[in-house]
Each structure stands twice: as structure tokens, then as C-alpha cells.
Design a protein around this ligand. Structure first.
Ligand code: FMN
Length: 338
């Protein structure tokens, strides 16, 4: 480690981030409530899950998409992630965002060029854009010019497969298009989410462009975050799965601390997450959404499997609160017995 602190503020175009720790966009996880919580616990940037640029044109009043796009301008820098394969769709979607009283206050617009899912790549979107760099460049250029002073960033992978690790030339091309920062998930599309992330690609991209680069892939604890910053030289780290059910990871990274939250704090945050989701989605949908989060929050705690099963059948706030009550009792008993 050199003299510069690893966790530090970061500038992305005109956007000042208080620190270089980002919550990854995750479909089904990165709802507004969770992004707010991660911000409070130390994430310098959070990003919505992917939203279809074309789909936004069919939803001008944002009835269907609001729950995914919603940001809180008072909860730190929140980016909005778009996916698609047609530059016109991005221009129109960015126009909608910039015309919107709340969405126009997002921190940045991120373009998904890394999603490996068949439904997305079969349309030429997500990671398929790494196979069509000219189209990717057109999308980036048109988005940058549509966004004006709002930074446009791109999230991509190391390449399509092990025979085409293209992140370095791809990042160079994006830099020429005016993109303000790049996140590289150091896996190929062929790897999906398995196998190991190859962090050497992050160091190569870092050396190749003058833009801020976020490294992503396989950060499982605070030590990994510091190690990625140190070993690869990336400007920031983006954390996905390890933050699911563990937003405290951001605080642990700041403090370089192994200890997670106590039981009471865990319960308070889970209940806050639920209450905010109810405000956003109504009770029935929020309870359904919260089941998945609870699966993550309860992971590794006493009786988790049975409690998760109970949470899966809960249909009301009260039932979920009861599951949490039981969880707390079990955790306390297990502490007393150990
Ligand atoms: C459930 C889930 C949903 C995801 N959704 C998105 C998404 O909407 N947009 C995106 O760019 N990446 C998405 N990703 C990928 C993550 O942002 C991240 O790149 C990946 O999980 C690797 O980081 P990690 O090892 O820290 O989890 C998703 C990942 C998971 C596990």
C-alpha cells in the first residue's frame, strides 16, 4: 500500500462521491429502501437495478417502472442503470429522466453492457454489446450527448468468454466516447456468476484509461475490498452479493472491522427495510419482496432455514414481524447457550 488512503473520495465528472465504495446494481435486491440503507452504512454510490430503456417509452407516466427507478436525492449519489440495444431508446429514456423532477437529480446514468442473461443478450443488449463494439460506442456517444452535464458510466465484464477478454480495448473506446467512469465485473459472460473473477483484468483496464475505474467481482469481506484497491489500483470497488442481507459490510470496510452488527441493530434495519418497502410498494407486494431479503438477512444465523421457510409463506407485515421476533429469541438463546 502506498501513502494514499485506499478508501477515499472520488470524482466522477462533476459528481463528487464521499467515498469510492459502491453498491452494485442487482435486480431484485437494489430497491430504494436497500439503497438508502447502504448509503447510510457507508456506500458512496448506489445504483438501481437494470431498467429497459425501450420499456420506459411505453411507460411515460412511470407507473410500472417507478419502483425500480425511484431514487432519493437526499440519500447520497444514486445512479440509474439502463439496458438496451438501440441508441434512440437510450436518448429517449435519458430525456425522460432529465425531464423528471426527482429522477433528474440522480447522480449518474449507468449503461449496462455486462448482463449475461439470455433474454437480455439475445436482444443485443447487456454483455452482447461487448461483441458489437461499434454499436456500444454509438450508444455511449449518443447517451453522453443526451445526458449533458449528467455523467454517463458503463458497467461491463472482462469479455465475452476466455477467448475474447476485451475489457481493455472496450474501456479505451468508451473513454473516447466521453463516458465518465467504467465498472468492470472481472468475469466473462461465459462464466455468468461462477468461477473466480480475474482481478488482473481490473489492473489492466486501470492502466489503460484515465477515467475512474470501479472493480467488481468476488469481494466477500472488508479485506477483499482493501485488497482489490491495493492490488489492482482501481479507483473504487463495487460490491454485489456480499452486500445482500449485509449492508453493514460498507461500514466494516470503512472501519476495517470484522465485527458485524449486534442483533438489535440487525432487527431494526430489517424492520426499517420492510417499513420503507411498504411505503413504496404497498403491504402485499412489499412482504413478497421482503421474503427474499430476509433469506439473505437471516443467512448463517440460528434456525435460519426454518425461519426462512416461515418467511416464505408470510403474507402480511405482522407475520413477517413474528418471524423476526422468533428469530431474535433463537439468536438470544443460542448466544446464552454458547
Ligand atoms: C441477483 C443479482 C442481480 C443482478 N442484477 C444486475 C443488474 O441489474 N445490473 C447489473 O449491471 N448487474 C447485475 N448483477 C451483477 C452484479 O452487479 C455484480 O456485477 C456481480 O454480482 C458480481 O459482483 P459480486 O461478486 O460482488 O456479486 C446482478 C447480480 C446478482 C447476483
Amino acid at each position: 500500500m502506498n501513502g494514499t488512503p485506499m478508501v477515499r473520495p472520488l470524482q466522477i465528472g462533476p459528481l463528487h462521491l464521499p467515498n469510492n465504495l459502491a453498491l452494485a446494481p442487482m435486480a431484485g435486491t437494489s430497491d430504494l429502501a436497500f439503497r438508502r440503507i447502504c448509503h447510510r452504512l457507508g456506500a458512496g454510490l448506489t445504483v438501481t437495478e437494470l431498467v429497459s430503456a425501450r420499456g420506459m417509452a411505453y411507460d411515460p407516466a412511470m407507473r410500472r417502472n417507478w419502483r425500480y427507478l425511484a431514487i432519493d436525492p437526499d440519500a447520497g449519489a444514486m445512479g440509474i442503470q439502463l439496458f438496451g440495444a438501440d441508441p434512440d431508446d437510450f436518448v429517449a429514456a435519458i430525456g425522460q429522466i432529465l425531464d423528471h423532477p426527482i429522477l433528474s437529480r440522480c447522480g449518474l446514468i449507468d449503461i449496462n453492457m455486462g448482463c449475461p442473461v439470455r433474454k437480455v443478450v439475445s436482444e443485443g443488449a447487456g454483455c452482447a454489446l461487448m461483441q458489437t463494439p461499434l454499436l456500444a460506442a454509438r450508444i455511449a456517444q449518443r447517451s453522453v450527448s443526451a445526458a449533458g452535464s449528467k455523467p454517463v458510466t458503463v458497467k461491463c465484464r472482462s469479455g465475452w468468454d476466455s477467448a475474447s477478454i476485451s475489457a481493455v480495448p472496450f474501456a479505451r473506446m468508451l473513454a473516447e466516447c466521453g463516458v465518465a467512469a467504467i465498472t468492470v465485473h472481472a468475469r466473462t459472460r461465459a462464466q455468468m456468476y461462477s468461477g473466480r473473477a480475474d482481478w488482473s483484468v481490473l489492473a489492466a483496464v486501470r492502466d489503460a484509461v484515465a477515467l475512474p475505474v470501479f472493480g467488481n467481482g468476488d469481494i466477500t469481506g472488508w479485506q477483499d475490498a482493501w485488497r482489490m484497491l491495493d492490488e489492482t489500483g482501481v479507483d473504487g470497488v463495487m460490491i454485489g452479493r456480499a452486500a445482500q442481507g449485509n449492508p453493514w459490510l460498507f461500514r466494516q470496510i470503512h472501519r476495517r472491522e470484522d465485527t458485524g452488527p449486534g442483533l438489535e441493530e440487525r432487527r431494526t434495519v430489517i424492520l426499517e427495510h420492510l417499513a420503507q418497502l411498504i411505503g413504496l410498494l404497498g403491504e402485499a407486494t412489499a412482504v413478497r419482496e421482503m421474503r427474499r431479503h430476509l433469506g439473505h438477512y437471516l443467512r448463517g444465523t440460528p434456525g435460519a432455514a426454518r425461519l426462512r421457510a416461515a418467511a416464505m409463506t408470510a403474507t402480511s407485515r405482522t407475520q413477517l414481524e413474528n418471524v423476526l421476533g422468533e428469530w431474535q429469541i433463537r439468536c438470544q438463546e443460542s448466544c446464552e447457550n454458547s
